[in-house]
Design a protein around this ligand. Structure first.
Ligand code: IPE
Ligand code: IPE
Ligand code: MG
Length: 286
């Protein structure tokens, strides 16, 4: 090997070229999407609504203007989900980590939240939407907490779209809470430690009773989950859209749904093979 080649090989070893996971970015250049047939639609869509701040600063506006613009996109996506018969929609609106933002920004977000629930609740209720808050509602400021509890109570019996809004939500906090609830149930003699299985765990999550997430969409080009629904996303298909959340609309949403419909979901199996009925033998494994 020449010295030049050797130097390059060593360089590659210490500075490997970035390897990107195979996601399908949705770009403006893509063809006009069509809505996939109902059987090809996800039952549960989760969205990380990201990019409000960049949308605003790019226009020389305060970040709060981006959050205000973001609520318009929110309205449109909830309506579209309802129109298209999506069973459940989980939206990441405020994480436990978002409290670390400035007082002004957190205040603006809390103000918008109150405004949103006041102005939208009648229409959502009329549309038979059932609202659930994912996250620690008790840790929210009082006016917001009251509005959230009222919205959940008012729509509790609705049978249409399951609209989950993640507020003061953290995935690790959700898992820790489930573990604590299980420990309490054992302590109180309600269950035995042997009863703790995946169903028992899932039943203690904020999303109890809902199917796992089929499709995760994140806007703004970031490719991370930022502590959102770690349990529920285990087998979700992920679609990352470069556009900033206030620019996300029905057309882009439809495009994400058609990307999802084109994915090959295998859940660890192999297409065309009959599942084995054998369970691994302990002796074989040794
Ligand atoms: C998402 O937009 C909204 C919230 C996190 C509340 P951001 O505010 O994170 O926007 P960027 O990522 O800074 O552009
Ligand atoms: C995730 O976005 C939270 C919400 C969209 C509400 P962030 O903007 O807070 O996430 P990071 O900081 O980029 O990971
Ligand atoms: Mg962000």
């Amino acid at each position: 090997m020449s010295l030049d080649k050797l130097t390059r090989a060593l360089g590659d070893m210490f500075n490997p070229k970035p390897r990107y996971i195979t996601v399908t970015p949705v770009t403006d250049k893509s063809a006009e999407p069509v809505l996939p047939p109902p059987q090809a639609l996800p039952r549960h869509v989760a969205i990380i609504m990201d990019g409000n701040g960049r949308w605003a600063t790019g226009r020389g506006l305060p970040r709060s203007a981006g959050h205000a613009a973001g609520t318009e996109a929110l309205r449109e996506i909830i309506r579209a989900s309802d129109d298209w018969g999506i069973g459940a929609l989980s939206l990441y609106a405020f994480s436990t980590e978002n409290w670390s933002r400035s007082k002004e920004e957190v205040g603006a977000l809390m103000g918008l939240l109150l405004k949103y629930f006041t102005s939208e609740i009648d229409e959502l209720d009329e549309k038979n939407v059932r609202i659930t808050i994912l996250g620690d509602v008790d840790g929210m400021p009082e006016p917001q907490r009251d509005a959230l509890v009222r919205a959940m109570q008012r729509t509790a019996k609705n049978t249409g779209l399951r609209l989950n809004i993640a507020l003061n939500y953290g995935g690790r906090a959700e898992l820790t809470r489930a573990a604590r609830l299980l420990a309490q149930a054992v302590r109180d003699g309600e269950i035995e430690p042997e009863d703790i299985d995946e169903d028992a765990f899932a039943a203690r999550l904020y999303t109890a009773g809902l199917p796992d997430v089929d499709l995760l969409i994140r806007t703004s080009g970031e490719m991370r989950t930022s502590n959102f629904l770690p349990w529920q996303l285990t087998y979700a298909e992920m679609v990352f859209d470069d556009c900033l959340w206030p620019d996300f609309d029905r057309t882009r949403y439809m495009k994400c749904l058609s990307v999802y419909a084109g994915r090959d979901r295998r859940f660890g199996g192999v297409k065309g093979q009959m599942p084995s009925t054998d369970t691994p033998d302990k002796e074989d494994a040794t």
